[in-house]
Design a protein around this ligand. Structure first.
Ligand code: SF4
Length: 483
């Protein structure tokens, strides 16, 4: 292409790595080997490219070359040719102050940033500051009341333990996640394994359950990497061990029947049609008893936090909300509480060699039910025949009285807990319907319980003033009366 003398050329982005482009000596045949072959070496090609570029540029009569030093995401260096060929560089052209108000304001912002952050004062700063009034550092992250979102979404409004837990961790998090729905759920191998365990455990007590065929069917259309397939070999073995434990536990309990993945819904009397819903992993019961004596169990992988005391603030409501669903849904005949538990289904196995008995003991200990039991010995003894030194419930022991580490709830506690849970659910939903989505993350026992795994850190611009420090809850007296 020929450029005439009466044409004007503007060359942008005259930066290092672009002008000139430099090849590296990384070809399959190296420069050293090229010496003995009819091939150009990298250094030769680089020099030739540079000379050719300079030749072209120097033959354009009217050319303006510019480079950039930064973008929103990166910093850049000018082309080394500028120094090497002694280009005439004009810095800070006055054009910005003369022609563009918008650009001047941007520049003023940048200069103010440099001044407030590094105490660097650019010559134009004062002049620009006297000319322009810009809303510098006036941004407020405070939530402004939105319009009534319930008019635009399908009713009934559905709430669960998880969604209300999110709300009570931080109202704004709930808004982003459940109203704007901007959270991208990405499944990964860990969530895949968790779902697989849940699914298979749901079926293990069915007639004709055959582990191998169920397991193989489950994996039939799943796409897994070779690494994941390799991990599955060990995980499959752990799942088989867990199923053996579940079968042994069934010999200990007199609650011979189970409901798996039981969905319970309670319609709520709110000004907008609403309901509270939960899926309970497993409900143990005895079909021979006239009352519905039950224990609830939720499968968990990893460390289990059984502390239900933060329910005072509407947090850790999972097991209490399941109690509420069973006690208040009218689905069950005279429900009588026996226990609320978690069971660990995925945990680190011993890596050192052990005798079979010792290994089995570790597996049994890790898979014991963790949580709260009734103090009613009649019910407890049917549910856990080994309750005096339990093989089913962690830390459960009884000899004249319950052991020091046994976690007990009386029927009165359960009633109060259910009522309290109902109130927390109701209040939270009222606040959601009233569109209270303030930014109010919580710190509890010095732990950042709201923001640590929140995906919205880049959106909310949380300040220290937004954070609420919750008092540590020592006992269940907040339910009303003595614990
Ligand atoms: S990062 Fe913290 S303050 Fe921000 S939305 Fe999430 S929980 Fe709320």
């Amino acid at each position: 292409m020929t450029i005439n003398d009466d044409e004007y050329v503007f060359l942008l982005g005259f930066n290092m790595d672009s002008f000139p482009i430099i090849d590296k000596d990384i070809d399959y045949i190296s420069d050293k080997e090229k010496e003995e072959l009819p091939l150009y070496k990298t250094t030769y090609k680089n020099t030739r490219r540079k000379k050719s570029l300079i030749h072209i540029l120097s033959n354009i009569k009217n050319i303006t070359i510019s480079y950039h030093l930064s973008s929103s995401f990166n910093s850049y260096y000018p082309s080394p040719l500028i120094d090497e060929y002694n280009f005439n560089v004009i810095k800070d052209t006055p054009i910005t102050k003369e022609y563009s108000n918008f650009y001047n304001k941007l520049k003023l912002t940048k200069y103010l940033d440099l001044y407030t952050t590094y105490n660097e004062e650019y010559t134009d700063l004062r002049e620009l500051l006297t000319h322009y009034k810009i809303p510098y550092k006036t941004y407020s992250n405070k939530y402004n009341l939105i319009s009534d979102f319930t008019k635009n979404i399908k009713l009934p409004l559905r709430f669960s333990y998880t969604s209300l837990n999110n709300y009570n961790e931080c109202h704004f998090k709930y808004y982003l996640k459940y109203i704007l729905k901007i959270d991208n759920y990405e499944s990964n191998f860990a969530s895949f394994i968790g779902t697989m365990f849940h699914d298979i455990l749901t079926h293990i007590f069915e007639d004709n359950f055959d582990f191998e065929s169920y397991y193989n069917d489950y994996l039939v259309d799943k796409e897994l990497t070779n690494k994941e397939k390799l991990l599955l070999v060990r995980i499959k073995q752990e799942l088989k061990e867990l199923i053996e434990v579940e079968k042994k536990q069934l010999l200990i309990t007199g609650y011979n029947k189970s409901l798996f993945e039981k969905k319970i819904t309670i319609p709520l009397n709110k000004k907008v049609d609403s309901e509270f819903m939960g899926f309970i992993d497993r409900i143990f019961y005895n079909d021979k008893l006239s009352d519905f004596n039950y224990s609830i169990m939720d499968y968990k992988s990893g460390t289990i936090d059984t502390d239900i005391l933060p329910m005072k603030y509407g947090l850790h409501l999972q097991l209490p909300s399941y109690l509420y669903l069973i006690e208040k849904s009218n689905e069950f005949n005279n429900p009588k509480f026996t226990g609320i538990y978690y069971q660990n289904i995925l945990f680190d196995r011993p890596t050192w060699s052990l005798k079979d008995n010792d290994y089995n003991k570790i597996i049994n200990d890790n898979t014991k039910l963790v949580g709260y039991s009734t103090d009613d010995l009649e019910r407890l003894s049917i549910f856990d025949s080994s309750y005096e030194k339990s093989d089913l419930i962690k830390s459960m022991s009884y000899s004249d009285k319950f052991g020091a580490y046994t976690k007990i709830l009386t029927d009165e506690d359960v009633d109060k807990m259910t009522d309290y849970t109902e109130k927390v659910i109701s209040d939270s939903i009222d606040n959601i319907i009233e569109r209270d989505f303030s930014i109010n993350p919580k710190i509890y026992k010095k732990n950042d319980i709201s923001c640590k795994y929140c995906n919205f850190k880049d959106i909310c611009y949380k300040t220290n003033d937004d954070t609420k420090y919750l008092d540590t809850v020592e006992d269940l007296s907040f339910l009303g009366g003595e614990e």
